[in-house]
Design a protein around this ligand. Sequence first.
Ligand code: SF4
Length: 207
Amino acid sequence: MYFEIREPPCKSDAPPQVNRLTLDPDAKRQLSRWIFVRSNVGLGLTRIYCHKPGMTISIRPHHLLCMLTYLGKGYTPQFVVNYDKIVDRINSGEDIKIVNGPDDICKPMLSEADCHCHNENVLGRDAYALSQIVSVMGEDARAGHVLHLSPERITKLRSRFRKGTLRAACSGCQWQEFCTSIANNNFRHCRLTGVARSMKSKTSDDA
Ligand code: SF4
């Protein structure tokens, strides 16, 4: 005989993961006893675990700007692969969580010898970005805040970026000219699109 252990689907549409466990009669007896004991002391079995850790995408504030001009190019192939996945997830409707310091985009760079993700000037870039993004979106965006990036929000941020009123964080960045040319080219071929929520939550989000 076998048991099926189904891990529940989380926020994604992925089907539940099914693990089959074949048991001989001895093991079956032991498992029955274990289930009895565990359920009687109120542990584990009724608790639901998510099999996909860290489902909310972590983003540091200045990367909210960098994503506006992301074309699928970056520091290393690993960096680009990871960045592409993050943008795809946002474009599929996943929310983002604002964090202080290194985020999911930084991850492939953290083991590099010249990693700059913890540097003071980069943290300062986050602070500048945060204050301007809050004023554009009219919503709190401090660490821990969860945001939905709808197409309307992205358009609004891009409009301010192109006008230059959302560029304080870009001061001193080596990519400044490049990002300006992308903005002046109307963000053509940029990968971040976002996705609208259902009409109900969209209305409350964008009110
Ligand atoms: S100029 Fe630098 S900080 Fe500004 S959006 Fe481009 S890459 Fe990001």
